[in-house]
Design a protein around this ligand. Structure first.
Ligand SMILES: [Zn+2]
Length: 284
């Protein structure tokens, strides 16, 4: 006799395949290889049915995704990408701000960009001993033109975001810490009389999110201006020898930090704000 109340285990095929398709698309958009791992898990769990199959897919997905991610780091150099350091290691001056970036395979860049970022971090640590430089989104391990959402331009391994440096409320530098959990979206607000080229615009299609509701949730830290301005200055000066061709910084922040150079640019009013992190890109 059939048990009542477990109908979710036998959804109609169309619904079931739509759910799997949505999961594959989401995992691919988030991690590049996650969708493939999901498809492989589905294939390997064919002999199960209903709830048991759903559990089997989930149970197989995790190790398959882990294996795929490990393989990606070995194969990525064939595609011209290398991974940035994920973990804080003894004596190292740079690592990803959160392991989540590495879990999602978003720590890949072209070798010359890795060299530039490591040179920046070495400079920062020699100028301010005990300073770790934290990296944010880079790119996925494979293929040019594969977008790293929600970024508009991180699709060729030549772009990397770097976290700001922060002080605590007492004005003491907090090495390896950021205001927001992932280093993004803790915007530096405009000060009285500061440059505000986007003021008064009412763009319908825009990625210039202010995320006002989130701002009070972040840690009450303050931008460490000396380190942040020195990092931008180095990138726009010595960084050029490493191929750094473009640095996005919001105009009001560049003004406040006293940095200006041909390579320090404003990304425009329809792209994401750049007063919560530094975006750099290396030329071809
Ligand atoms: Zn960026």
């Amino acid at each position: 006799m059939k048990k009542p109340g477990v109908s979710f285990a036998q959804p109609r095929p169309l619904i079931r395949w739509s759910v799997h398709a949505a999961i594959v698309i989401l995992l691919t958009a988030l991690t590049q290889i996650g969708g493939l791992a999901w498809l492989a898990a589905m294939l390997l769990s064919r002999r199960f049915r209903g709830t048991r199959r759903a559990i089997a897919v989930l149970a197989m997905f995790v190790p398959l995704y882990g294996l795929g991610s490990a393989l990606a780091s070995v194969v990525a150099p064939v595609f011209g990408r290398v991974p940035l350091p994920c973990l804080a290691e003894q004596g190292a001056t740079m690592h990803m701000q959160s392991m989540l970036y590495c879990v999602l395979n978003r720590q890949y860049v072209v070798p010359e960009l890795k060299t530039a970022a490591l040179a920046l971090s070495a400079h920062m640590n020699s100028s301010f001993p005990g300073t770790t430089t934290l990296t944010l989104d880079g790119n996925f391990p494979f293929f040019d033109g594969f977008p790293l959402l929600p970024h508009l331009s991180h699709s060729d391994g030549r772009k990397l975001d770097i976290a700001f440096y922060y002080n605590d409320v007492a004005g003491v530098f907090r090495d390896g810490e950021t205001r927001s959990p992932l280093g993004y979206f803790a915007f530096e607000q405009l000060r009285e009389g500061a440059a505000s080229p986007c003021e008064g615009r009412d763009d319908v299609v825009t990625m210039r999110w202010d995320l006002a509701a989130l701002q009070s949730l972040w840690s009450p830290m303050a931008l460490e201006e000396k380190r942040t301005s020195e990092a931008i200055r180095w990138l726009s000066d010595e960084g050029r020898a490493y191929g750094v061709a473009k640095i996005f910084v919001e105009p009001h922040l560049a003004e406040r930090l006293g940095v200006s150079a041909e390579t320090i640019k404003f990304q425009g009013c329809r792209a994401a704000r750049h007063d919560d992190h530094i975006h750099i890109q290396v030329s071809k």
